[in-house]
Design a protein around this ligand. Structure first.
Ligand code: CA
Length: 220
């Protein structure tokens, strides 16, 4: 899942980015409101983490422009402003949820996953496909009830494919799900992760659609 982090406090941003990457999110980081609007215009994000007090354009302004353009990306406001009035303004301007600094990084991850789930219309947290179950909250995968150990990136890749059974995702779409800006991408890493997932989960789960990309079939 690809996240846009909008935060001008370098220390907070570094901490959040590190924690989310460990959690398997691909994180792009911008430090002001204008950069945030430019970034969301160019990339399909699964969620935006938005600070309110920002240089150039403040968070509320960013949020209003975003919704005025019809962009429905889930937005989680993360801010030091804990006044009720600010919270209400944020939600009224189209934010999906609200977290007040300082916050717990585990709570942040859990709320993000809940928003993303709601956005794609899955109330239930577990994603199932045949004997395979993926738990986005607990970051666990089981096959016929037995736990399967996956790396953070293998998990992110599998999650992207299982979120839309029957949809073909290209190699670059998959790379977007697992890498943030500035992260080194090797020439064949998606293939390597797919190969590893097939070894762990069976050769039939992830299909190669020649010249187009990869998919998990609709019928399990
Ligand atoms: Ca700030």
């Amino acid at each position: 899942m690809r996240i846009l982090l909008v935060e001008d406090d370098r220390m907070i941003a570094e901490g959040v980015r590190k924690a989310l990457r460990t959690d398997g999110f691909a994180v792009d980081w911008v430090q002001d409101g204008e950069a945030a609007l430019t970034a969301v215009g160019g990339e399909p994000y699964d969620l935006m983490l938005l600070d309110l007090g920002l240089p150039k354009r403040d968070g509320l302004d960013v949020l209003k422009s975003l919704r005025a353009r019809g962009n429905a990306v889930p937005v989680l406001i993360v801010t030091a402003r804990d006044a009720v009035a600010d919270r209400v303004k944020g939600l009224d301007a189209g934010a999906d949820d609200y977290l007040v600094k300082p916050f717990d990084l585990d709570e942040l991850g859990a709320r993000m996953r809940a928003l993303i789930r709601r956005h794609v219309g899955r109330g239930e947290s577990l994603v199932r496909h045949g004997g395979l179950t993926l738990d986005p909250v607990g970051h666990q995968v089981t096959l016929d009830g037995a736990p399967i150990a996956l790396s953070a990136r293998e998990f992110a890749l599998l999650e992207a494919l299982m979120a839309r059974p029957g949809a073909v995702l290209s190699k670059s779409q998959l790379e977007e799900k697992i890498y943030g800006w500035g992260e080194e991408i090797g020439s064949n890493t998606v293939e390597v992760y797919i190969h590893s997932l097939r070894k762990k989960l069976g050769a039939d789960l992830i299909r190669n659609v020649r010249g187009l990309g990869y998919m998990v079939a609709k019928d399990a």
